[in-house]
Design a protein around this ligand. Structure first.
Ligand code: AP5
Ligand code: MG
Length: 191
């Protein structure tokens, strides 16, 4: 399975990605998590990314694309992968198309989680108190939402044109959301 999990900041991508990836036996690849690991280790990549992340802006495509390409080339991603937070720009869509074409496979599905904007802010402010992510402040959360709306939401239309989008209601209990995703993806994996 080659899957993309899409949705605004706080929609539950990371939470759901772990469960779905395990079920399909593929790695969950979160660009945000890879960037954060690099920031905390003080790598050159982390130094490049931190400023953008703390402002709620996207890390430049050249940097992000190279990083994803290297990750997808690792052996554990050979049977497939679940991408959480990539692609987020049109240039990234094109880059990913190239990467997948190169392996002779196809993208199976794009799962889009939809969540009420007020619920999202509440979730992220809650997380700020426990997890300490530096981009979970009210200003930066708002900016992340804007950037998502401007740069990433339009990509849903691109994938819808290919007939692979599954829009899933991301409100309610985590397990209920997971069940909805599995119901949608079971149809995909059987076809
Ligand atoms: P990234 O780390 O991807 O952050 P994000 O998109 O803002 O999304 P989050 O991780 O905050 O939310 P999520 O949807 O994963 O939800 P989660 O499961 O955590 O990206 C961070 C930054 O990295 C970007 O701003 C950018 O700078 C850079 N970046 C990353 N990818 C990039 C790219 N492709 N190009 C350029 N730059 C890139 O859930 C949120 C909270 O809600 C958690 O506390 C969770 O426990 C809780 N929760 C989850 N589900 C539920 C539920 N059903 N009910 C109640 N609470 C819930
Ligand atoms: Mg996440």
């Amino acid at each position: 399975m080659r899957l993309i999990l899409m949705g605004p900041p706080g929609a539950g991508k990371g939470t759901q990605a772990r469960v779905i990836a395990e079920y399909f036996g593929v790695p969950a690849i979160s660009t945000g998590d890879i960037f954060r690991a690099n920031v905390s280790q003080g790598t050159p990549l982390g130094k490049k990314a931190q400023e953008y992340m703390d402002a709620g802006e996207y890390v430049p495509d050249e940097v992000t694309n190279l990083m994803v390409r290297a990750r997808i080339d690792e052996p554990d991603a050979e049977p497939g992968f679940l991408l959480d937070g990539y692609p987020r720009t049109l240039a990234q869509v094109e880059e990913l198309d190239g990467m997948i074409r190169h392996t002779g496979h196809e993208l199976d599905a794009v799962v889009v989680l939809t969540v009420d904007p007020n619920e999202i802010v509440e979730r992220l402010l809650n997380r700020a108190q426990t997890d300490g992510r530096t981009d979970d402040t009210e200003d930066v959360i708002r900016r992340r939402q804007e950037v998502y709306g401007e740069q990433t939401e339009p990509l849903i239309g691109v994938y819808r044109g290919r007939g692979i989008v599954h829009e899933i209601d991301g409100m309610g209990e985590v397990d209920d959301v997971t069940k909805r995703i599995f119901d949608a993806l079971d149809v995909v994996s059987q076809s």
